[in-house]
Design a protein around this ligand. Structure first.
Ligand SMILES: Cc1cc2nc3c(=O)[nH]c(=O)nc-3n(C[C@H](O)[C@H](O)[C@H](O)COP(=O)(O)OP(=O)(O)OC[C@H]3O[C@@H](n4cnc5c(N)ncnc54)[C@H](O)[C@@H]3O)c2cc1C
Ligand SMILES: *[C@@H]1O[C@H](CO)[C@@H](O)[C@H](O)[C@H]1NC(C)=O
Ligand SMILES: *[C@@H]1O[C@H](CO)[C@@H](O)[C@H](O)[C@H]1NC(C)=O
Ligand SMILES: *[C@@H]1O[C@H](CO)[C@@H](O)[C@H](O)[C@H]1NC(C)=O
Length: 497
């Protein structure tokens, strides 16, 4: 009797016990493989491991099965080989700023390859082409490029963002209306594929891969070990401008939003104008960077000013690095070894071509009735993204996998808590705001932006909204390069059947 009970207890325990042992065995086999191949790693349980897996977005921590920290391309290849031998799902991490913690895998149990040691920046003085390691952060890279002959390329505003993950999703910032996306400035990348081969991707070499990594490269097509950007001469005349409307109601918000869409859709917004609307519960702030003098700015903004019932702009002329610093809200120089800045938030995005009047009305009813009442530290940024004069829209709609060439406006919804944890159920606030536009635009697919990865989207919904009609081609390329989904995350491209 006792023996029989013990026997059935043992049987019942076998599956659980077996699973636990196999996880530990898999981890041990992977770390042993890395050791044998002399690939540097952060061993599970070490302080370095804990630091390496701390996400920018503290709302969504994940624990990888192992963490490699290669310093050479050969070590990246060896790490990918170890991942293959041990059937691990690989996720490259550069700056760790994915809103969905995709650099950590976006779920537990991935094999993270931390690219932080690849952070060199060198400019070829003859061609102006910069070689940039993916592990560098935007602020350090901008400073380094400027110190090497006052060069620059287009990229986002936050100095801590890693260039590795930024470029593969598009990469938008205060020079994009004038000079295009970060990925539009890319001329070549070196990529370690899932089968461990190292290849060059450009318009002439592996052009399908080059197409895929300019908009959809976030972890799914290979591990980028080097970027080459065509830099431009950093503009010398930068006019930083702003105008703030304190206190707003639905009618005012709707008027400003529609005026921004109209202005961005017309040729009266010059290419040199980079303009955004920054919305909080207390104010509507219009701000940006104009590549020209304050007098030229004032003439160029006049049609927009009159559409919003007049505006008194503050303008300031700044040097290139000071203008970047102005919108960075922190030093451009970020730690390359012990980066430790974090937030706790939920974020969403939209990319819109032409919203109807009914949509502006619904959107701002929600803003006034619901958003204003949310006391968390939320904001919404609406950028004047595409349109007839925008460099982003000058690239053909199918020339890269970035699927939003003709989106006039781009939206970043960001809801954060300044301390403690994000509340259960808190996501309904931003989900509802986005739904107000989606519902009012029934029949039109509103795009979304992978660089503002949204954890509330199912994989299928994410695929068709991040990449729109480019998704089927991405699935074919994925099938050719990584049919086993060796490199992946929960929203990454799935190979064609
Ligand atoms: C504070 C803040 C401000 C931001 N501002 C802007 C902005 O102004 N404009 C804008 O466009 N975006 C902006 N972003 C979004 C940012 O561009 C994305 O989150 C970007 O993916 C971050 O890249 P990362 O390398 O830091 O992140 P990671 O989490 O390391 O990586 C992001 C994704 O890219 C993949 N990846 C990373 N490295 C490689 C590599 N070497 N090869 C292949 N795949 C790789 C990862 O697997 C993951 O899927 C901002 C984000 C934050 C947190
Ligand atoms: C490899 O891993 C995948 C996903 O983690 C799993 O579905 C598959 O069964 C594994 N294959 C082997 C041979 O263990
Ligand atoms: C890896 O895949 C690429 C692209 O399909 C191919 O050219 C290369 O030969 C493959 N390498 C190996 C080692 O199989
Ligand atoms: C561009 O916008 C038009 C509507 O103005 C739409 O019909 C078309 O599908 C869009 N194309 C792309 C590539 O987004």
């Amino acid at each position: 009797m006792i023996a029989a009970t013990l026997f059935s207890l043992l049987l019942a325990a076998v599956p659980i016990h077996g699973a636990a042992v196999s996880d530990i065995q898999k981890r041990t086999a992977l770390t042993d493989c890395l050791t044998a191949a002399s690939v540097p790693q952060n061993l599970p349980g070490s302080a370095d491991f804990t630091q390496a897996i701390k996400p920018f977005n503290l709302r969504i921590p994940f624990t990888p099965i192992a963490v490699a920290v290669p310093t050479t391309v050969a070590q990246v290849q060896a790490a990918v080989a170890c991942g293959g031998t041990n059937n691990a799902t690989i996720s490259p991490k550069s700056g760790g700023h994915s809103y969905a913690s995709h650099g950590l895998g976006g779920e537990n149990g991935h094999f993270m390859i931390d690219m932080k040691m690849f952070n060199s920046v060198t400019v070829d003085a003859t061609t102006g082409i910069a070689s940039v390691g993916p592990g560098g952060r935007l602020g350090n890279i901008a400073s380094s490029l400027f110190s090497q002959g006052q060069r620059a390329f287009s990229h986002g505003t936050c100095p801590g963002v890693g260039v590795g993950g930024h470029v593969v999703g598009g990469g938008y910032g205060y020079s994009s209306h004038t000079k295009g996306l970060a990925s539009d400035n890319l001329v070549e990348a070196t990529v370690v594929l899932a089968n461990t081969s190292v290849v060059t991707a450009s318009t002439t070499q592996n052009p399908d891969l080059f197409w895929a990594i300019r908009g959809a490269g976030g972890g799914g097509f290979g591990i980028i070990t080097n970027y080459k950007f065509q830099t431009f001469a950093a503009p010398s005349a930068n006019t930083v401008f702003s105008y703030t409307i304190f206190g707003w109601n639905a009618a005012k918000g709707s008027q400003v939003h529609k005026a921004l869409q109209d202005y961005a859709s017309s040729t009266s917004m010059p290419a040199e104008m980079n303009l955004r609307l920054f919305i909080t519960s207390s104010s509507l702030q219009l701000e940006g960077l104009y590549y020209g003098t304050p007098a030229q700015f004032n003439a160029a903004i006049a049609p927009f000013s009159s559409a919003i019932g007049g505006a008194s702009w503050t303008t300031q002329t700044m040097g290139w690095l000071d203008s970047l610093h102005n919108y960075a809200y922190m030093s451009l120089q970020q730690s390359t070894t012990d980066y430790d800045i974090h937030e706790t938030f939920f974020s969403k995005s939209l990319m819109t071509v032409q919203l109807t009047q009914a949509t502006f009305d619904a959107f701002w009813q929600y803003a006034a009735n619901t958003a204003k009442g949310v006391s968390r530290d939320w904001y919404l940024i609406i950028d004047a993204h595409g349109g007839p004069t925008s460099a982003i829209s000058k690239v053909g709609p199918d020339d890269t996998s970035y699927a939003h060439r003709n989106a006039t406006l781009k939206y970043e919804f960001y809801d954060r808590v300044d301390s403690g944890s994000y509340p259960a159920g808190g996501q309904s606030f931003l989900n509802g705001w986005v739904a107000s536009a989606v519902t009012a635009m029934a029949g039109t697919t509103l795009g979304m932006y992978i660089n503002y990865a949204d954890t509330s989207l199912t994989a299928d919904y994410a695929h068709t909204h991040y990449w729109l009609d480019h998704y089927p081609r991405l699935q074919q390329i994925k099938k050719a390069l990584d049919p086993e989904q060796r490199i992946s995350n929960p929203q990454a491209v799935v190979p064609a059947a």
